[in-house]
Design a protein around this ligand. Sequence first.
Ligand code: SF4
Ligand code: SF4
Length: 177
Amino acid sequence: MSIWGIGILNGLRITMKNMLRGPITVKYPHEKIELPERARWAVQLKLDEDGAHKCTACMACERACPDHIIKIDVTTGEDRSKHIDRWGYELGACMMCGLCVESCSFDAVEMGHDYELATVNVEDLVTALLVDAPAAKPKRKAAAERPAAPAEPAAPAAPVEPAAPTEPADAKEVDGD
Ligand code: SF4
Ligand code: SF4
């Protein structure tokens, strides 16, 4: 069979294979695929088993955000208790890197799975996730959820004594003469 015939047969084989295979896309928005657990969409605050937020107003996420789009306004009382006036988040500028989630030691924030957040009004993309609420009492993440501590740096190696210079073979021969 000529090279052209082989090419046509290969093309037909691929066509048949794709005709018989089921679709790999879904008819969105009528059908939706299940997102993987680690999918990252808008930032949202997590709630505990009693439905209360877990934010202690430590500000670590605000400092960690490379886009500076988390703005937490906190008032500290005379008894040093903290009150969250506003936990602000600008969805429109969020690159969904997840650094705010990683920085939170209190498991208080997560990347949501809601991807249907498009809007025609850009002002809707500046939101407050929490308003006028007392900060939660600090309750650290379970050890298993915390990132592992960095390994201790290895002790520096002992300095190596420089080797004694050896006389070049040629020099010895010259001395012997
Ligand atoms: S969400 Fe977490 S990191 Fe951010 S202020 Fe609250 S407790 Fe701190
Ligand atoms: S996901 Fe990244 S860019 Fe978005 S708020 Fe968190 S740290 Fe900032």
